[in-house]
Design a protein around this ligand. Sequence first.
Ligand code: Z5A
Ligand code: MG
Length: 230
Amino acid sequence: MPERKQRGAFIVIEGLDRSGKSTQVSLLEKRCKDAGLPVRLVKFPDRTTPIGKLIDSYLRSDSEMDDHAIHLLFSANRWELAPSIIESLNAGTTVICDRYAFSGIAFSAAKNKPTMSYEWCRAPDIYLPAPDITLFLDVSPEKARERGGYGAERYENAEMQERVEHVFERIGVEIGDGSRWFAVDADREKEAVAEELWERVQPYVKGTEKPLQRLWEDLDERVRNSHLYI
Ligand code: Z5A
Ligand code: MG
């Protein structure tokens, strides 16, 4: 059994449609297992929970929902799994996550509604467990098309994907300090992408001693320090 450090690492894979997230998350899981490392996969949206079922129905266009309400449901879907993610990490298990809060902001802010600013979209996810590293799979529209094109679900069209990409760019700049967010060229063969991801996660897969951080906790700190709240 490899030596374990204090807790498992939280690794998030993000990206546009057809960038190969689910493919890469499975390959990463297999490599961890082959190396004898405890690992758990999580996917958002998790369509199996009662909240996830509402989201699934919305994405398939089987139901309609107010844009604010569906945004909050996506976030609630993460909050309902957060305690079990923290539990796994504390038990020394690496958690690999297929999409996370960054997708939540990107897809909702891309709707360009005046009442759904970037900041508004980010707010419900403040204080979720923060990933130790996020790997953003960067795919060109041409490659996405080659991979069978976009599917039939809501948001799966070129115009929306382009707007989503711009929001992801902003998130990357905001999060990115050169160590927590990496853009990875996902136009390449699956194996080449998998190799780079495996290299990127090396500092994390054996566990980490760093305390688990919370998403954008520093922003909330600033709000509290402004004495708006007692
Ligand atoms: N959404 C939201 O609005 N708010 C939120 O908070 C969250 C999500 C969390 C559903 O997500 C929608 O929910 C999504 C965002 C929104 N809407 N859109 N658009 P989802 O994760 O359930 O969607 P998905 O259908 O599982 O993922 P995907 O993005 O379409 O695909 P992917 O996981 O990135 O790709 P893949 O399934 O691994 O690969 C696609 C195909 O390409 C497949 O045939 C592979 O064999 C092939 N492939 C993969 N990699 C390669 C390479 N490197 N070369 C060639 N072919 C490849
Ligand atoms: Mg997928």
